[in-house]
Write a protein that binds this ligand. Structure first.
Ligand code: UD1
Length: 420
């Protein structure tokens, strides 16, 4: 059975919405549970398919997880070191995080190459190089990565690029590696800080996350404990961009403005009013927004690649011309073709999209090609005149819990339909 979203566009967004916990923080934290010899309670669980797959991976390692309301309770005391098959890893790229955690706890691991959204080549060479720099022996054969960390030693790793995933993998591994490991040129994303906070809550000694250098002093074991995962800055950004695009007045409860500074600066330039209440952000948008001349995606704290597609929607209805450059993932402009079906004027050449703002978008049948493109098409549909049908919404469900309900609560007309 296929599901679709049908949107009757043209409504302003008004009201208050609660921002859920972050998928990209939850995924490495779930993987890090492999390191813990205890029971772990994670607050604010979100019902997302990617998190469901990660729980399946943990189950295959004999780590149970059960829900008590919004609290996820995991038991990793009897964790076993099993091979992680292609059937599991192909469903979510974040499966690779389990590698660092397995190496920390068991000193060996076998895992198939990861899958995930088709937004670029998405190599894992930085993870592998980092492990090798700490003495892990790695052989890649027949689609599997065989790792042996019996002779691994704490040391120094310099990442050629501040990869979020590689930073998180190495933090996990080093947490149970005797001695002091220094990770340099690491990713500074807030999700890295959340992983550090989680590891420390379980008894690890990790410091420096949020800066270029992370220092990990390995412990003999980690325990269990309680942790509340941070709010999702990409869901926050998607809602901010939705209001900027459709107009309206919305309070985002739980949104943290310092996680979205680059976006908030652009929104102010494009004529939105922003009020910061510490743990809430209010966004108001009335008249037609102004285009931003040049936007480029870069690692945090710069503008995030995960908001590039919904930003393209805002630019496609703004006054003026925008050059939007994608520097992280080479295939992340799939949304442009779909937006053009709705009347947008977007031309893509290599890594840059040239977006000439139009006055109106028109409803059409459009197809999500990745998670963030899917959410962007819903925003475009809410702005467009007439009905839009968004297909392939399984992508959206990977990272947004009941997006249609969140937007409907704000006055949009978005319905999920099942097609036999
Ligand atoms: C994470 C996020 C994803 C976000 C991305 C960039 C999760 C679960 N996913 O993905 O939503 O879009 O950060 O903010 O947190 N690279 C290499 N070799 C590697 C690893 C990465 O060349 O070994 C490259 C990638 O191809 C990409 C860049 O580095 O061009 C950034 O990737 P990375 O920061 O690792 O992203 P992910 O952790 O996969």
């Amino acid at each position: 059975m296929e599901e679709r979203l049908i949107i009757n566009g043209g409504k302003k967004l008004i009201g208050e919405v609660k921002i859920d916990a972050s998928k990209n923080a939850f995924l490495p934290i779930l993987a890090a549970c492999v390191l813990c010899n205890g029971e772990i309670c994670l607050e604010n669980y979100v019902d997302l398919t990617d998190l469901g797959v990660m729980r399946e991976i943990l189950q295959s390692l004999n780590i149970t997880s059960k829900l008590d309301g919004k609290r996820l309770i995991l038991d990793a005391r009897d964790a076993k070191n099993e091979r992680i098959s292609h059937e599991l890893t192909m469903k979510v790229r974040a499966s690779i995080f389990v590698l660092g955690a397995l190496l920390g706890r068991f000193r060996s691991a076998v895992i198939a190459y990861p899958g995930g959204c088709n937004i670029g080549s998405r190599p894992i060479d930085l993870h592998i190089k980092g492990f090798k720099a700490l003495g892990v022996k790695i052989v890649e054969r027949h689609g599997y990565i065989y790792c042996n960390a019996q002779n691994a030693k704490a040391g120094e790793v310099f990442l050629d690029f501040p990869s979020v995933g590689a930073t998180e993998s190495l933090m996990m591994f080093a947490s149970l590696l005797e001695g002091e490991t220094v990770l340099k040129n690491v990713a500074k994303e807030p999700e890295v800080v959340d992983l550090q906070d989680f590891l420390c809550a379980m008894g690890a000694d990790v410091s420096g996350a949020g800066s270029d250098v992370i220092v990990v002093r390995g412990k003999k074991h980690l325990d269990g404990g309680n942790f509340a995962v941070m709010p999702d800055r990409i869901v926050t950004g998607t809602h901010l961009l939705a209001v900027a695009t459709c107009g309206g007045d919305v309070m985002l409860d739980g949104a943290i403005s310092r996680h979205n500074e680059s976006l908030l600066a652009f929104l102010k330039q494009s004529a939105c009013q922003i009020e910061d209440f510490g743990d809430k952000i209010r966004v108001k948008a009335g008249k037609r927004p102004f285009s931003i001349d040049k936007i480029q995606t870069l690692p945090y704290p710069h503008f995030p690649t995960d908001l590039q597609s919904p930003m393209m929607v805002l630019q496609s209805v703004s006054q003026g011309v925008c050059l939007l450059q994608e520097n992280l993932f080479e295939n992340r402009f799939g949304v442009a073709t779909e937006l053009c079906k709705m009347g947008a004027d977007v031309v893509v050449k290599d890594r840059t999209a040239c977006i000439v703002g139009v006055e109106k978008l028109y409803g059409a049948d459009v197809f999500a090609c990745d998670l963030r493109a899917g959410a962007a098409l819903v925003v475009a549909g809410m702005k467009a005149e007439g009905y839009t049908t968004v297909h392939n919404i399984a992508y959206i469900d990977r990272g947004y819990e009941k997006l249609e309900e969140k937007f409907s609560q704000l006055g949009a007309d978005v319905k999920r339909v099942k097609i036999e």
